[in-house]
Design a protein around this ligand. Structure first.
Ligand SMILES: [Mg+2]
Length: 134
């Protein structure tokens, strides 16, 4: 499984990478534009990401804008439904506006920081990215 970790905080990004190291091939992006570029590059190479862990608060382009752009690019390329990348928001923001907004924009799951390994993996199991036996 290929995972893109989008996180402007280095330590938070490294933590997610550690959590996923045994089940995913992880790439990291430290801001929105870098994330979109990595996403498009992977599509162009025919090796799309299966999962994006997406921070919301980032300078410049935030997680909402990245998510919207990712779904726009997918629809432009005729990628929809189950073929789309799974997006799990990983953020300190726990208000309903951010949560509901993210689901409206097309995320599959929302995990509030501090992200714990079991919480993240439970969401990944629900999305069919991990088998529950792991
Ligand atoms: Mg952040």
């Amino acid at each position: 499984m290929k995972c893109l970790i989008v996180e402007d905080d280095f330590i938070s990004g490294k933590l997610l990478e550690t959590y996923l190291s045994d089940c995913a091939d992880c790439s990291a992006a430290c801001d929105g534009p870098e994330a979109v570029e990595a996403f498009v590059d992977a599509l162009d190479f025919g090796q799309p990401f299966d999962l994006i862990c997406l921070d919301v608060m980032m300078p410049g382009m935030n997680g909402h804008e990245v998510l919207t752009e990712v779904r726009r690019i997918e629809s432009e390329r005729g990628i929809g439904g189950l073929d789309g990348v799974k997006v799990i928001m990983t953020t300190a923001l726990d208000d309903s506006g951010n949560i509901m907004g993210s689901f409206r924009e097309g995320c599959e799951a929302y995990v509030v920081k501090p992200v714990r390994k079991d919480k993240l993996r439970t969401e990944m199991e629900k999305l069919g990215l991990l088998s529950p036996s792991r």
